[in-house]
Structure formats: structure tokens, C-alpha cells
Design a protein around this ligand. Sequence first.
Ligand SMILES: [Fe+2]
Ligand SMILES: [Fe+2]
Length: 501
Amino acid sequence: MSQELNDLAKKLLANGKIASPEALEIIRNRNLFDEVLKLEETIIKKSTLESLEKEKFKNEQKIEKESEKELKQETKLEEKPEEPKKEEVEIRRDRKKKVAEEHDVDFNIYNSEVKHVERKTSDFINYFNSRYELIQGMLMKRVNPISISNVKKTRNDEVSIIGMVYDIKTTASNNKIIELEDPTGKLSAMITQNSEGSLFEESENILKDEVLGVRGVFKNNYLFIRELIRPEIPITKEIKKLDVPLSCVFISDLHVGSVDFLEDTFKKFLKWLHSKEAENVKYILIAGDLVDGIGIYASQEEDLSIKSGKKQYEHTAELLKQIPEHIKIIVQPGNHDIVGNHEPQNTLKDTALSQLPNIVFGTNPCWVTLDKIKILMYHGYSYDNLIRELPSIRQKGYREPTLPMIEALKRRHLAPTYGSSLAIPEQKDYLVVEDIPDILHSGHLHTVGMDNYKNVLTINSGTFQGRTKFQEMLGHVPHPGIFVKVDMDTRKSRMVNLNNY
Ligand SMILES: [Fe+2]
Ligand SMILES: [Fe+2]
């Protein structure tokens, strides 16, 4: 991208807009910058601009007629200024309740069970069996499998199995061997580099420990794979809406206590919550990393402005107290929070945040429901691993933080590879995406993004921490001070950029 386009992209980002490379060129070539700023959309694509150009053309044609009309109206007003009707004056005098105070919905939170007791070998077996069974149940609708122990006995030309990936190897002749296992045994499956279509390319994106369906032909002790079937999100999923005009605000990664915590920007957020624009805000969801923590990485102390964990939460509580009480604040921990970083993580109920009357504590992960709308909150620690391991998102994963979220949804698991999230083997695998969320909300990557994946709104809610030395070293550019607001009655979503306030 040229420097000019780079500068344009930065200018747009500073105004809360993210444009695709194609769209950037059109904006520059056709001088559409001012028009783009007026758009409600945050993500600007080529298609958005085509309709914008048509609109611009129509507007230009109308200019003459409208000027005439305005002139007539002005003359009329000068002749006889209209007084406000009596009823309107009375309404204005009454202090109206905010929209969010007038409406309620059925709110629930469903937390993961967190025991964290000493583990035995049998716990690992139960944990993996639970993962296998839950995802097998999802795949059964699309795969008609036989058990691995029966593959060698079958006389069918083609067989389907459901297996958990035990290992992946590349042979000397550059074919992929995928070791699959189910409760009845193990099997070696192969994808050759001259497989049809994009199958070989897809084989690069198979993750250790993910559960998938495969269809293929068994020959010479190998199952030659013809198709990979992921549990996925069904295409038929509808967009659910609330009957009342309430909205949710999604934030994460405050990192209070870090020298890079942008307290002034966060105070702008608190101020914004008292504005007219925020009148329908009923819920604020915070997807972890409320504080920077203590001892999370080597020499962290040098990067802390508050060097006690307890005080970091006390200061966070002081700030969150300024949120109007009619707004519920739902908080879950992230890997910087001081509850241990094994997932599922426990809630933050033992911190100073419990003083707040409007706080609701969630585990990581947890589910929030607003009437029929289901929101899955997961901080996103495993996304680093997904970006590292998946060639399909390795280049763009940090800039487009919904990409790893979508990969997790396709696999119906928030941290497919064991160890990528410091998961602890409970009796049940709580990181399986058992139900289909309407919204998946995460943080951790410190960049902001929104996407619709098969009618699941994926939101990565950015940060309130400036660029850290570590991010500078890795070349990552965070998006501080931009958050997401979703009107739940219309499902209109947009990014609010506090850097413009
Ligand atoms: Fe973070
Ligand atoms: Fe994090």
C-alpha cells in the first residue's frame, strides 16, 4: 500500500472507519473522504462506496430544486414565525426518564463450573471424551460415521468417520498424514498434495485436538481423505432482535494499573455514557483484562503505575462507579486478571468490583442471555495460538481480530488445541461452543473488529491501553478508545471512536 493510502487509512481509523484496500483507492481517486465520514457503517467496502456515489450524483441533481424550496421556506418563516405548541413545551419541562430506564428484558448469566482441584489421568480422559461427544453430536447431522475400529472391516468404497486430531505430520513427499482417534481406536488418514480442489490447502489449517468429520477411501492402511467436514455454524441461523429499544456496549482490555492505561480516554467513555447517544444503553459487557495484573510477564513491574493487584481493582471500581446505576456491567476475567489464567477462569467477585451495585460477575467463558438473544463472552487468550498456527489468518489475524474468532466458531471450540489456552481438564469441556451464539464477544488482541459470520455477530472490542513496548517489538498496532455499540432492537451495530470526542 502506498504511503498516501496508508495515511488515508490512518485518517479514517482516527474517525472510527476501517476501509478495505479496494475501498481506500476509490475514496482517494474520487475524493469521497467527507462523504465516507457521514456514513453510519464502520467497515467501508467497495460495495458501500458504489451506493454512496449513486447517492452523491442524485443529490447533485436535486441541489437546484432544494435551494429553491429552502428559499421559499425561509421567506415563510420570516413572515410568520411558528410558536411551539403548548403540549410540546410541557413535555420538554418534565425530566424524561432515559430509554434504558423505562425498559427491561429477561437477563441471565450462565457461568462455567470452575473447580481447579488436583487432576488425575482419568480427568483428562473425561475431558477429551466430553469434547469428542459434544462435537460428535453436532457433526452427526451431516456425517454418517462408522467407528474407527470398523474402518478396516468395512466393504464400502467410501467411509466417513468422526475423529479428534491426535497428530499431523508432513511426509518426505509433502503429503499430510493426520492421525485421528475416536473412543474405539486410532487411524492414519492422508491428504496428498495432488488432492482435488483446495483440500491440500485446507489440510494446512487442521489443528491438533480439533474434532472433525472426514469422508474418504480406505486403502493400504490409510484413509485417503476426500472431504473434511467441520461442525460449523448452520446457515439457517436467524438474526434475533429484542422487542424493546435497548442497546449493549462491548468493551475489553482496560489494563488499569499499566503505565499505558489511557485513563483520560476511559473518562471520555464514562462521559459518553451520560450523553444522549447512550440513552438506550442498558448493558456494558467487559471481556476481560480489566487490570494489567502483577507478574504476568517478566519485568512487568517497570510497566506498572499501580503496583498492587488489590489497588488496581480498587481504582477500576472507582472508575466503574461513575457508570449510571441503571446500566448493568457484566465483567469476565482475562489472562491479565488476578484469578489464575487456567480456563475456564473464575469470576472477579473477590475483588473491589463487588462493591458496585450494578455489577454481574461472569467466568471466562460465560453466556449472557437477553430474552432470546445469546451472547458468548470469551476473553480470547487462545487467539494468539490460532493466528500462529493457521496459515489462512497468519498475516491478517491481529489487524482483523474477528478472523480467529470465526475459526473458533467453525470448529465450535474456543481453544481447539489443548494447551493453547491453559485449559484445565474439568469433567466437561466448557470451551466447546455447545450452543450457537447470536453474538460472540472477545478481546485480548487489542484491535477492534466486527463481522457477521453466518448471522453470528463477532465483536472484538479493542482496548483502553496505548501501544505497549511489547506490541511495538512485535509490530502490532492497537486500536485504543474505539468500542462497539449494538442496538438490540434493530441489531444495528457501530463503532464509537472516543478519540473524536
Ligand atoms: Fe489485554
Ligand atoms: Fe489478554
